[in-house]
Design a protein around this ligand. Structure first.
Ligand SMILES: Cc1ncc(C[n+]2csc(CCOP(=O)(O)OP(=O)(O)O)c2C)c(N)n1
Ligand SMILES: CC(=O)[C@@H](O)[C@H](O)COP(=O)(O)O
Ligand SMILES: [Mg+2]
Length: 586
């Protein structure tokens, strides 16, 4: 049996002791290591398998403690983590108290820039390269590794545009596997396909942008990659290396079904077979309630269109893309464009449902204000993955939307308590609102198996009372209502699902302020500026002096872990809520 090479690699220094001819064997072992751990601990798989050779080559050629290596998004950086001191803890990846699923400056000196959202690497690497130049360091290398879907994001173009006129010592490596989470889209994808076929009719666009372009080369040919990196190390100014790889490389099933194996959940490390799903009937995922409901609505309303920035599978807009392909648009990693595209469509009388993960909508803040709300265009924003998302952690929790949206005039903000409420607000919104609306709902499954009930209209700004009690009124928003219901099962307190953060149900709020001594608000948004703040502002405006406690996400970044674990850690789980409320009742 061949002795393990990976066993003796703890940092890139150990890697430098290997002979280049050993590196394909190391690549094989690194792949197996990733597969074995992700098979049971879960996480992103395909992207890391695709860059195993590139990862080894980069750490072999460069001094990555000094040279600055940035992974765009960072979901492909598992090999990098394993080779840079985290092999022994890699089994804790994405778990509570374990290492992060993305590069993180607090975790390792080899993680030069925190990532998670796409298309940032070129700007960050350019910033570092300019800093090195200004500080007289002309030797340091600055490398951005970016995927074919991420390079189509607006920020990446902005970075390329600037870099091309700088003399900065920047190397952009395009890892082109022709897929994002879902197949890549757009004219740039077509251009890259033509480059690979050698049939491009136009000038090379990266050369046109003033980059020293090389490629495309086979990114799994480790010798070819090393030799090109060695050459580029000696070239000054902005350089661009185009490599071709296969997402999921080395695991047959992952190569075959690249969408599924982007983040496949548990699977058999030997066969690649996905873990067998329980046959028990389950409540639907919120994303599927959105995906099926928009098809149902759009089939009856020809004005409805759907938009997703690169998340057709994650948002389930894929159902509409299959059923009504002319009216459902995957625009690539382009949240800003998605929002303004929706605004343009709305000016022409279409009814756009613009579905964006809460965390990624942060990218398009000005577009929401300037292009949608200021013109009061009735765009329907569906914010999936609102609240804590779990193992993706701090970069991905959707815990700011209520705060960043609430201050925008004209915007209606609704958080469904359950699947039926999501369905009914979608139905209500497409009937015609005079304003844009943001509907925010969580990652994962709801609780209602029989969710496909006939539609009913929701009155805008109307809250619901869920339980009648005395002295204390608990006001929840969204599906936090479930934690509250469980917590107060045996307590004599009132519970209201406020539903709308904007406009607030002022009538019910006046009754609450007059009828209860104590008010508790609960949300899975940051406590600064969110739903609780809205209630505080209402009370201040009307001079109510009730005791009020605002519960929500504290003013710190929340790490990764299961949602239930994270809720427990910040005392938003049913048990902690019960103890807190009991303390107030007594
Ligand atoms: C701003 C933003 N939008 C969407 C995402 C979700 N997302 C994560 S990875 C990914 C696809 C990345 O594809 P590519 O850059 O080609 O890398 P690959 O997975 O193929 O290695 C997407 C859309 C994100 N992380 N950030
Ligand atoms: C890396 C990234 O941004 C995505 O892959 C994200 O992890 C998807 O999240 P969901 O699993 O919630 O769709
Ligand atoms: Mg890709």
């Amino acid at each position: 049996m061949k002795k393990s090479l990976l066993e003796n690699i703890h940092t890139p220094k150990d890697l430098h002791l290997l002979s280049q001819k050993d590196l394909p064997q190391l690549a094989k072992e690194l792949r197996e290591f990733i597969i074995n751990i992700v098979a049971t601990k879960e996480g992103h798989l395909g992207a890391s398998l695709g860059v195993v050779e590139l990862t080894i080559a980069l750490h072999y050629v460069f001094n990555t403690l000094v040279d600055q290596l940035i992974w765009d998004v960072g979901h492909q950086a598992y090999g990098h983590k394993i080779l840079t001191g985290r092999k022994a803890v890699f089994h804790t990846n994405r778990q509570l108290g374990g290492i992060s699923g993305f590069p993180n400056r607090a975790e390792s000196a080899y993680d030069t820039f925190g990532v998670g959202h796409a298309s940032t690497s070129i700007s960050a690497a350019l910033g570092m390269a300019i800093a090195s130049r200004l500080q007289g360091d002309l030797k340091k290398q600055h490398i951005a590794v970016i995927g074919d879907a991420s390079i189509a994001g607006g920020m990446a173009f902005e970075g390329l545009n600037h870099a091309g006129v700088s003399k900065a010592n920047l190397l952009v490596i395009l890892n082109d596997n022709a897929i994002g989470i879902d197949p890549s889209v757009g004219a740039l994808k077509m251009y890259l396909t033509n480059v690979k076929k050698g049939t491009q009719k136009q000038d090379n666009i990266f050369e046109a942008l003033n980059f020293d372009y090389s490629g495309p080369i086979d990114g799994h040919d480790i010798d070819a990659v090393i030799s090109e990196l060695e050459r580029l190390k000696t070239v000054e100014g902005p350089k661009f290396l185009h490599i071709i790889t296969t997402k999921g490389k080395g695991l047959r099933q992952a190569e075959k079904d690249q969408v599924k194996y982007h983040a496949p959940g548990k699977f058999d490390a030997k066969t690649g077979d996905l873990a067998v799903k329980s046959t028990e009937i389950q409540a639907p995922k919120y994303q599927d309630v959105f995906g099926h409901t928009i098809v149902e609505l759009a089939q009856n309303n020809p004005k409805i269109v759907g938009i997703t920035p690169a998340m057709p599978t994650g948002s389930s807009l894929k159902y509409m893309m299959e059923a009504l392909p002319d009216r459902a648009f995957d625009v690539g990693i382009a949240e800003q464009h998605a929002v303004t595209l929706a605004a343009g469509m709305a000016t022409q009388g279409l009814i756009p449902f613009c579905n964006i993960y809460s965390t990624f909508l942060q990218r398009a803040y000005d577009q929401i204000i300037h292009d949608v709300a200021l013109q009061n265009l009735p765009v329907i924003f569906c914010l999936d993955r609102a609240g804590l998302v779990g193992e993706d952690g701090a970069t991905h929790h959707g815990v700011y939307d209520l705060s960043y949206l609430r201050c925008i005039p004209n915007l209606i903000i609704f958080a469904p308590r359950n699947e039926m409420e999501l369905r009914n607000i979608m139905y209500t919104a497409q009937l015609g609102l005079d304003h844009p609306i943001a509907i925010r709902y969580p990652r994962g499954r709801g609780k209602i198996i029989d969710w496909k009930q006939p539609f009913s209209k929701i009155e805008i700004g109307e809250a619901l009372q869920l339980k009648q009690g005395e002295n204390i009124a608990i006001l929840s928003i969204g599906n936090m209502a479930y934690n509250v219901s469980e917590a107060i099962e045996n307590l004599n307190v009132s519970h209201y699902d406020m539903r709308f953060v904007k406009p607030l149900d002022e009538k019910i709020l006046h009754d609450i302020c007059k009828g209860y001594t104590t008010i508790i608000t609960i949300e899975d948004n940051g406590i600064n500026g969110g739903f609780g703040s809205a209630i505080l502002e209402f009370m201040a405006l009307h001079n109510y002096k009730n005791t009020i406690k605002v519960l929500g996400i504290p003013d710190v970044f929340i790490e990764h872990g299961k949602v239930t674990e994270l809720q427990k850690a910040i005392h938003l789980d049913p048990d902690s809520l019960r103890i807190l409320i009991e303390g107030i009742v007594c």
